[in-house]
Design a protein around this ligand. Structure first.
Ligand code: CUA
Length: 280
């Protein structure tokens, strides 16, 4: 673009100097018309066609950057479903990426419009029903970067946050291996009871735990829930106490969340926490 613009600038400047120098001598009229046709129509069309070709090629290269980590992020009400299609990893509200490698995030929604925004990593990109949007970035420094839904999407829009966790490539690979592992069946009696409550109760209607009969998909995948830093899309820290409080008082912690208030005894909550805490 710089080369083309410089050439056009020099030619037009030359013509201006030429015109000023010869202003007393008139140019034949047909020559003027031809100059307008060529210089005002044909040349711009040719230049813009060349630029358009380069623009389309560059944009496509940005979308399908080879070797990029592919992450699919779906906006839910009100949390983030995160899948790595090439790595067979599924998680929620946390996007792990390796430092120094380009990451392409594909953004979709099957409900309302959300907006993916990690201020330290780039601008906002909307998640629009019926459309796939793409965002490519590279994280230079290890760390945890907070992201937030940036488009009003309903009652719990403000509690729809997430984390991008950038690690060195070896740590990232370890995380991928851990996420792909099917968690071991618990042996502790309390955790066994929790597992039975989860698999046979209403939890399994919405949640999946790999290796069990729980295969619901409307809620976040719980296979490795204990490995995540927060619960309910960055609403509370992921500690056993907060987990127990979340299970017992779901609609007070996050009013309007699609996870209903489930009637659980204190003993059932303890058992569920003992089980979930082992899902690393
Ligand atoms: Cu999702 Cu606001």
């Amino acid at each position: 673009m710089l080369a083309l613009a410089t050439a056009v600038y020099l030619i037009v400047s030359g013509l201006v100097i030429f015109t000023v120098a010869r202003r007393r001598r008139a140019v034949p009229e047909h020559f003027g018309h031809r100059l307008i046709l060529v210089g005002g129509l044909l040349v711009p069309v040719a230049i813009l066609a060349v630029l358009a070709t380069f623009t389309v090629r560059t944009t496509n290269a940005l979308i399908a950057s080879d070797g990029a980590v592919q992450v699919h992020v779906a906006g839910e009400q009100w949390w983030w479903r995160v899948t790595y299609p090439d790595l067979q990893v599924i998680t929620a509200n946390e996007i792990h990426v390796p430092v120094g490698r380009s990451v392409t995030v594909t953004l979709t929604s099957d409900n309302v419009i959300h907006s993916f925004w990690v201020p330290q990593l780039g601008g906002k990109t909307d998640l629009i029903p019926g459309q796939s949007n793409h965002l490519t970035f590279t994280v230079d420094a290890p760390g945890t970067y907070r992201g937030q839904c940036a488009e009003f999407c309903g009652r719990e829009h403000a509690r729809m946050a997430f984390l991008v966790i950038a690690d060195d490539p070896a740590t990232f690979d370890r995380w991928v291996d851990d996420q792909r592992r099917v968690p071991a069946t618990p042996t502790d009696a309390l955790a066994v009871r929790g597992r039975n409550i989860l698999v046979t109760g209403s939890c399994a209607g919405c949640h999946t735990v790999a290796g069990t009969a729980a295969a619901g998909t409307s809620g976040p995948d719980l296979t490795h829930i204990a490995s995540r830093a927060t619960l309910a899309a960055e609403t509370i820290p992921n500690t056993p106490d907060e987990m127990a409080h979340w299970l017992a008082y779901t609609q007070q912690v996050k009013p309007g969340a699609l996870m209903p208030q489930i009637d659980l005894s204190a003993g059932e909550v303890r058992a569920l926490v003992a089980y979930l805490d082992g899902l690393r």
